[in-house]
Design a protein around this ligand. Structure first.
Ligand SMILES: [Zn+2]
Ligand SMILES: [Zn+2]
Length: 190
C-alpha cells in the first residue's frame, strides 16, 4: 500500500528511517518556500519554479545523516542594470543531526565543527524546513549580476548599457561643460 500523504512531507519521523535509510523525493511550492524564507530569515526571494528536494536519511545510533540536494530557479534583480533575471540553484549538502538534549556530544563531534554541518533535532520528528531555507539562503548571491560582464546603467543618462552604448561616453575625451568645476574647490577657511 502506498504511504498516505502526510500533511507536511518536510517533517520526517525518526521511525520512518529504517535500517536501509529513508528517501525523500518531493517538490515544495514556490510560495511555501518564499513564505518560509521570509518567516525564518526575513529574506524576500522569488522563484521561477517549485523547489525539487531529493534527500537520503541514515540513522547511526541517535545521529541522523541527511544528504542530498535541492534544485530550483531563483528570480533575481541585477544590482548593476536593475533588470530581472533567473539563476538556477542546485545545492548538494550533508547534515548530521544530533538529538538536542543528550548531554555531552561524542568526542569526535566536538572539535571539527566546520568540517560538517551539525544540527540538532528535538523529539522524534525532524523538520527539514530550516535546512532547506538555509541552503537557499547560502545560494542567494549577495551581489546578483545578470552576467559577470554586465555593463550596468550609465550614470549620466540612465541608459541600459547592455542594450546599446549611450552617447555620454563619446564626450569623455572632449571638454565637458563641467570640466571647469573639476578643479574647483571651496576656499578653505584658514
Ligand atoms: Zn545586469
Ligand atoms: Zn549615458
Amino acid at each position: 500500500m502506498k504511504r498516505s500523504k502526510k500533511t507536511d512531507e518536510l517533517c520526517i519521523g525518526l521511525d520512518e528511517i529504517g535500517d536501509s535509510g529513508y528517501h525523500l523525493s518531493c517538490r515544495k511550492s514556490k510560495s511555501f518556500v518564499t513564505d518560509s524564507l521570509h518567516e525564518l530569515k526575513n529574506i524576500d526571494c522569488s522563484f521561477e519554479e517549485d523547489v525539487g528536494i531529493e534527500l537520503d536519511f541514515f540513522k547511526t545510533g541517535t545521529t541522523v545523516l541527511i544528504r542530498g540536494g535541492i534544485a530550483t530557479t531563483m528570480q533575481l534583480r541585477c544590482v548593476r542594470c536593475l533588470e530581472g533575471f533567473t539563476l538556477p540553484l542546485a545545492a548538494t549538502f550533508n547534515y548530521n543531526l544530533c538529538p538536542e538534549k543528550e548531554g555531552d556530544l561524542p568526542a569526535e563531534m566536538e572539535i571539527p565543527k566546520e568540517a560538517f554541518d551539525a544540527y540538532y533535532y528535538s523529539g522524534t520528528v525532524i523538520d527539514l524546513t530550516p535546512l532547506i531555507v538555509e541552503q537557499i539562503v547560502l545560494h542567494i548571491p549577495a551581489y546578483p549580476l545578470c552576467q559577470d560582464s554586465c555593463k550596468g546603467i550609465c550614470q549620466g543618462c540612465g541608459a541600459d548599457l547592455n542594450r546599446a552604448p549611450c552617447h555620454c561616453g563619446k564626450e569623455e575625451g572632449a571638454v565637458s561643460p563641467f570640466a571647469a568645476l573639476k578643479d574647483f574647490s571651496p576656499r578653505q577657511k584658514t
